[in-house]
Design a binder for this molecule. Sequence first.
Ligand code: SF4
Ligand code: SF4
Length: 156
Amino acid sequence: MLERFFQNVLVALPKGLYTTLKHSWRKPVTVQYPEEKLTLPARARWRHYLRRWDNGLERCIGCALCAAACPADAIYVEAGENTEGARFSPGERYGKVYEINMIRCIFCGFCQEACPTEAIVLGKVYEFVSYGRDGFIYTKDMLLEPPPDDSRRGQG
Ligand code: SF4
Ligand code: SF4
């Protein structure tokens, strides 16, 4: 009993204090998020966006190959027909409804790889915030890149 007491006081206690002091002088490995943010690796893949061609037309042709490739079943696509009066993409069809469920998404990038027109791409924005589940269903309006003459283009 007495031997254990001395072992704790004379060995374990100084050892613990030494460990604490040793680490208290080291530079922290954590950052003060959200004020301070880490630089992401070059190949980091986060929030998606739908791209346009340089003339402003949408790249998405509503083929749903991205949805077929998605292992998490996170993408929902409905195609619509382009007409001369209402043209959204260069081909016959466009992505009329396009949704990604960010709660299901595992950010694997398979959708980006599967897309024949390089319409869907994953960017570097990783902050997903919402008070409800519905806020994590990203609709086409949220995903579609602004037109070329829009000052918001290229952000995110
Ligand atoms: S990144 Fe992966 S999981 Fe997320 S929507 Fe694309 S294919 Fe699905
Ligand atoms: S994002 Fe690409 S793969 Fe998905 S529906 Fe549009 S064109 Fe097809």
